[in-house]
Design a binder for this molecule. Sequence first.
Ligand code: 1HE
Length: 270
Amino acid sequence: MTTTFAPASGPLAAFQLLQVSTDGAVVHVRLNRPAKRNALSDPLIAELHSCFINLPEACRAVVISGEGAHFCAGLDLSELVARDIHSAVLHSRAWHACFDAIQFGRVPVVVALHGAVVGGGLELAASCHIRVADKTAYYGLPEGQRGIFVGGSGSARIPRLMGVARMTDLMMTGRVYDADEGLAVGLSQYVVDEGQAVAKALALAARIGQNAPMSNFAVMHALPRIADMSQSEGLFAESLMAAVAESTPEAQDRLRAFLEGRAAKVVKAS
Ligand code: 1HE
């Protein structure tokens, strides 16, 4: 795949711990703190939050990846040592705000995973919409060993991917899943060869960015909320969302294109 990514301009160019580049509709956000294994410090979380609320108008999809040998070592443990109760709550809420801006933002987010995807790194990955791992990826929740609990939305988001029992196992026993186990339990949707996760994620983001923005928005915002509703409420919400999506001019154009033989058919993967 040929890409022509260029450094981002405007507010996205000013970050110290993120490297942001753009290629048309796709924005690539790299965690850029490899010496500390991309550990999520307060400034890194603040930059990530700022990045997602300042995405350029032309952006239709985002890829997140990590520089160096690991995707992310989780919470920066050096910052935790001297926190009082009130600042600990505010710290956790700042992570929630950042990861909510990713999950419930304007555009879909694909994350490319390799090496350690642990603790807060897994919480970050769980807030993205599509997870692509390479063979080197592994997943752990060492909070149990460190004497702490998840605070970056892991208790709400990770069981929704793999279930409460598996999360309990990882947190209590220190069990680590490799890339294939992560795929099998639902932590990632793709596993690719070593070093190929970013390319695959960029290709998926380019494809996703061609969907009608309202369809992507409906998938991001309606699906997880409907999953939290009773069936009756969910079906009603689905009807409303479907009516909104299919009434947009873009949907009408796309439906006409298919009926007139101008749109791609659905075929088996080769
Ligand atoms: C860090 C961190 C960190 C590395 N906070 N500084 N997360 C963890 O419990 C995972 C802790 N980290 C590790 O297990 C390992 O570092 C890795 C498996 C990720 C990578 O190992 P390796 O051998 O490549 O690197 P390293 O030598 O361990 O680390 C390189 C440097 O990064 C070193 O600093 P240096 O100054 O000695 O060079 C490490 O101290 C530093 N480093 N990880 C701070 N996490 C909102 S709640 C979320 C709760 C959690 O995320 S708990 C899980 C925390």
